[in-house]
Design a protein around this ligand. Structure first.
Ligand SMILES: [Zn+2]
Length: 324
C-alpha cells in the first residue's frame, strides 16, 4: 500500500515532529539497538519488554529503589500485518510512546519497511517548538520537572527550538490524540459531499495544475456551517478568492478556515463551541457554485482535513489497516 497520500503524511510527520533518531543519554549519543522479531526469542525484544513493564511502576515520582534502566530506544522495521497499535500491544507499551518517538502523527501513516523507534520506558518524546519552558512542559504532562531533567540529563528551564525530550509516564494530550486517530475535528456540515479533495488538482478557472489547500464540500446555498472544534474567531470578513471567510484559531497552533460563505454570523474575538453555527454556505469569491471551502492548518501549513477529522473519506480505511 504505497498510496501517495501516505507518502505525503509521512513527509508531513517528519516535518512537524522530528524524531529523536539518536537518543541523547547524559550527553552521550546511544546507537539504537534493533528488534528483529516481536517475540521473546529476540533478545532485545525480551529486554525491552521487561524494562517497559518495570517502567509502569513510575507514577510521576522517581523512586531510586526501582533502579530504572537508562533511557534507550530500539529500532524496528514494520512488517506486513503490523500496525503501531499491534506493535505497542506486543511490547506492553502505549501507542503514544512509539508514535511520538518515531515522529508518526497519524495512525494510518506508517507502511511496511518503515523504521520506528521504541523507547524502553513508557512516556512521550517531545520536540520543543522553542516557546515552552521545562516548567510548562512539566505542567502540561503533569510530570515533575526534576524527573524530566533526570531522564534527559540537563539542568535548565528554557528549551531550545527543536530540542527533543523524553517525558516519563506521559501520554499525548487529548488534541494530539485526536489528531493521531483522525477524530480531532468534526465535520463543518451536517451532510458531506466531497466535490474537490485536498492537494494538487486542475484549477477550475485556468485548467492548470494548482495546489488546493483545503477540501470543497458541495451543499445547497444557505446550509448552516458549524465550527469544527472550539476556538476563537480570528477573522470574519471578505478575503479575496475566499470571499466571505471565517477563520477560527484552536489550541496548539491549529486553525480552521471556512470560505465562500453567503453569510457570516460571527465576529473576530467571538469564542465558539464545537458545533456552533458560524454562517451559511454560499458562492462568494473565487467559486463556481455554492460550496464550502474547508481548510485545516497547523502552524500556518495546510494539512488534509479528511485525515484529521470525522469527515467520511474514500481513502480512509474503515478499520485499522494491516500493512500489505
Ligand atoms: Zn476549495
Amino acid at each position: 500500500m504505497t498510496r501517495p497520500v501516505y507518502r505525503v503524511i509521512l513527509l508531513l510527520a517528519i516535518l512537524i515532529f522530528p524524531a529523536p533518531l539518536i537518543a541523547q543519554i547524559g550527553g552521550k549519543a546511544a546507537i539504537p539497538e534493533r528488534i528483529y522479531v516481536l517475540h521473546e526469542s529476540d533478545a532485545v525484544f525480551a529486554r525491552f519488554k521487561k524494562e517497559i513493564a518495570l517502567s509502569k511502576r513510575y507514577r510521576g515520582r522517581y523512586v531510586r529503589e526501582y533502579a530504572f534502566p537508562a533511557l534507550e530506544y530500539a529500532e524496528y522495521y514494520l512488517k506486513p500485518g503490523d500496525s503501531l497499535p499491534s506493535v505497542a500491544a506486543r511490547l506492553g507499551i502505549s501507542v503514544d510512546a512509539i508514535a511520538s518517538a518515531s515522529g508518526v502523527v497519524f495512525v494510518y501513516a506508517p507502511a511496511a519497511q518503515d523504521r520506528i523507534l521504541i523507547p524502553n520506558f513508557d512516556g512521550v518524546s517531545y520536540a520543543s517548538s522553542g516557546s515552552c519552558t521545562l516548567a510548562e512542559l512539566a505542567e502540561k504532562y503533569d510530570v515533575p520537572a526534576g524527573d524530566i531533567m533526570r531522564f534527559n540529563g540537563f539542568v535548565r528551564d528554557r528549551l531550545a527550538r527543536g530540542e527533543r525530550l523524553f517525558v516519563p509516564g506521559a501520554s499525548m494530550d487529548p488534541l494530539e490524540q485526536g489528531m493521531f486517530y483522525g477524530t480531532a475535528f468534526a465535520s463543518p456540515l451536517q451532510e458531506v459531499l466531497l466535490s474537490s479533495a485536498f492537494g494538487s488538482r486542475n484549477d477550475p478557472f485556468t485548467g492548470h495544475r494548482a495546489f488546493h489547500g483545503g477540501v470543497d464540500l458541495a451543499a445547497a446555498a444557505g446550509t448552516p456551517v458549524y465550527a469544527a472544534k472550539e476556538g476563537v474567531v480570528e477573522f470574519s470578513g471578505w478575503s479575496g478568492g475566499y470571499g466571505n471567510l471565517v477563520v477560527i484559531r484552536h489550541a496548539y497552533g491549529y486553525r480552521t478556515l471556512y470560505g465562500h460563505l453567503a453569510r457570516r454570523d460571527v465576529d473576530a474575538g467571538d469564542r465558539l463551541r464545537a458545533g456552533q453555527a458560524l454562517g451559511r454556505v454560499g458562492s462568494s469569491g473565487y467559486s463556481t457554485g455554492p460550496h464550502l471551502h474547508f481548510e485545516l492548518q497547523h502552524r500556518g501549513q495546510a494539512i488534509d482535513p479528511m485525515l484529521y477529522s470525522t469527515l467520511q473519506h474514500r481513502d480512509r480505511p474503515a478499520a485499522l489497516p494491516a500493512l500489505p
